[in-house]
Design a binder for this molecule. Structure first.
Ligand SMILES: Nc1ncnc2c1ncn2[C@@H]1O[C@H](COP(=O)(O)OP(=O)(O)OP(=O)(O)O)[C@@H](O)[C@H]1O
Ligand SMILES: [Mg+2]
Length: 224
């Protein structure tokens, strides 16, 4: 199996005058198509690590490879394009745009990037809304959805550009246990159908236990 993500000797130090080292010599390989969780205490460095993997943040030193391309030295436009094509993000808060309806929110990555023309994009968005079980709500306002439904719209949006990788930072942190389970099942379906690689930060043991691999962070060091 090929590694879709490789981190080599990653250190992250925040601050100039007062320095806080948040990640210590992290080495991590993630296989293409694998389903992983990251667990660890609050403040241990999980979000910092995920943001570095997702190229939203840069390491102080060390190397980050996505699809065998080194990203930590890339400029912001090259990175933005790499991200747009390869990585979908799901956060604890959905960051949907409330002035747009469900369908328009799912279409947003395409509206920004113009990957394919109108009809094709709409078909893709409809397929994805069907996949997340919201086809009948496509014209609804974001305000009229439950928390679980909003998160499913955010997941459909993350899939819009067919990313190889989905990075999720506490995607069920705001949901009740039933909706959390639904989000997990949906991630698994996507993983099996499209061979999408998943990395999910979670405080929920029931979800972590069902992943193929648990990556544990303790004080900025990775084990497992
Ligand atoms: N931009 C920043 N500047 C300075 N320190 C930061 C910054 N971002 C995070 N930190 C610090 O880095 C450490 C790790 O933060 P991080 O957000 O990665 O933790 P986490 O494991 O995701 O925690 P949680 O479970 O609470 O989300 C914390 O001590 C935090 O205060
Ligand atoms: Mg965090």
């Amino acid at each position: 199996m090929d590694n879709v993500i490789e981190l080599k000797n990653i250190n992250k130090i925040y601050g100039r005058r007062v320095k806080t080292q948040v990640l210590h010599d992290v080495n991590l390989s993630i296989e293409e198509g694998s389903f992983n969780s990251i667990i660890g205490a609050s403040g241990s460095g999980k979000t910092t690590l995920l943001n570095i993997i997702g190229t939203l943040d840069k390491p102080t030193n060390g190397q980050v490879y996505i699809n065998e391309k080194r990203t930590d030295k890339m400029g912001r436009w090259t990175l933005a394009s790499l991200r747009n094509k390869n990585i979908g993000f799901v956060f604890q808060f959905h960051y949907l745009l409330p002035e747009f309806n469900v369908m328009e929110n799912v279409l947003m990555p395409n509206t920004i990037k113009r990957l394919f023309s109108g009809r094709k994009a709409k078909n893709r968005a409809e397929e994805l809304l069907d996949l997340v079980g919201l086809a009948s709500l496509k014209k609804r306002s974001i305000y009229d959805l439950s928390g679980g439904q909003q998160q499913r719209v955010a997941i459909a949006r993350a899939l819009m550009n067919s990313p190889k990788i989905i990075l999720a930072d506490e995607p069920t942190g705001n949901l009740d246990s039933h909706s959390s389970q639904e989000v997990y099942e949906l991630f698994r379906d996507i993983n099996e159908k499209f061979k999408t690689t998943f990395i999910i930060i979670t405080h929920d043991d029931r979800i972590a236990k069902k992943c193929d691999r648990i990556i544990q962070i303790e004080d900025g060091k990775v084990s497992g």
